[in-house]
Write a protein that binds this ligand. Structure first.
Ligand SMILES: [Fe+2]
Length: 289
């Protein structure tokens, strides 16, 4: 049996995202999952306050970053992966189906021929079932699409990082209305997760504080989700889930940062090349979403 990793969650109140530092206690190998690059949209300015908290945590533990992992190509925040790699080392990984998402959004942003749509901006593309290690802890990548076609969950020891598939049991599940999203596919991915042992610790990418709860939470278990998730329990039918999810998705607004976020995240967190005056620019596709 492999040792179990230490998990530290960091909540970003601006985007309701939780970033994780995962550490193998034996070797002090660390993985950073779903980092956030703070972005002031009005000023067009980024800063690294959130990412620096992850660095502080790694340094306080005396750990070494091996992996910088994305559960998916996020639409609600910019990733700090390149900054973290520059400061701490490690390899940036995302699901191999990211190429599909890059093709879709490359067209939407009319990104041009210099934008590769084969995932080559990332250091490593994780495949479904791929096994890897964090220090001595055994880890496995699971393709869990539905929210997006490239969504992955990562099982590191007994800790599962599910990205945007399930949220806390009292909040439910992720939306499926982004390009390439599919509620039926999400249901089947959730059942892959439900097949894991009930005691598996589960860590979420977001918490939006449902009515009636006062504190943000991001840790639960597979067993708790199967018993209590308000959208999908173990015995919820596929058609019932799909009808519920699609009805909810018809009324959702686009995330506030989707247009800057996807444009940067599809380049593995790099901003478009600077123009002749040395400034990088982001595009806004008009009347597309
Ligand atoms: Fe997401």
């Amino acid at each position: 049996m492999s040792t179990q990793p230490l998990v530290h969650g960091f909540f970003d109140p601006d985007t309701a995202t939780i970033s994780y530092v995962v550490i193998d206690p034996a070797t002090k190998a660390a993985a950073l999952i779903d980092s956030v690059l703070d972005f002031n949209q009005a000023a067009g300015r980024t800063n690294t306050k959130s990412a620096d908290k992850l660095i502080d945590c790694v340094q306080a533990a005396g750990a070494t970053v091996e992996w910088i992992i994305e559960t998916h190509l996020h639409a609600d925040h910019l990733t700090a992966a390149p900054y973290l790699k520059h400061r701490m080392g490690g390899r940036i990984a995302i699901g191999a189906h990211v190429a599909e998402v890059q093709r879709t959004f490359g067209r939407i942003y009319n990104a041009g021929d210099d934008f590769a749509t084969d995932g080559s901006q990332f250091d490593h593309l994780m495949r479904d079932g791929e096994e890897f290690k964090l220090g001595r802890v055994e880890a496995r990548a699971m393709h869990t699409p539905g929210h997006t076609p490239a969504c992955m969950s990562y099982l590191i020891g007994d800790a599962l990082f599910v990205g945007d598939t399930l949220f806390m049991p009292d909040y439910g599940t992720a939306r499926c209305d982004f390009p390439g999203g599919d509620a039926r596919v999400l249901y089947r991915s959730i059942h892959k997760i439900f097949a894991l042992p009930d005691a598996t610790r589960m860590y979420l990418c977001h918490d939006y504080l449902p009515a009636g709860r006062k504190e943000f939470r991001w840790e639960t278990t597979v067993g708790a989700q199967k018993a209590d998730n308000i959208h999908v329990k173990l015995d919820t039918g596929e058609d019932e889930f799909v009808a519920m999810r699609e009805a909810k998705d018809r009324h959702l607004d686009m995330p506030r940062l989707i247009l800057p976020a996807v444009q940067v995240n599809m380049r593995a967190g790099h901003v478009p090349a600077a123009e002749s005056n040395g400034t990088s620019y982001l595009k806004l596709p008009l009347n597309t979403f």
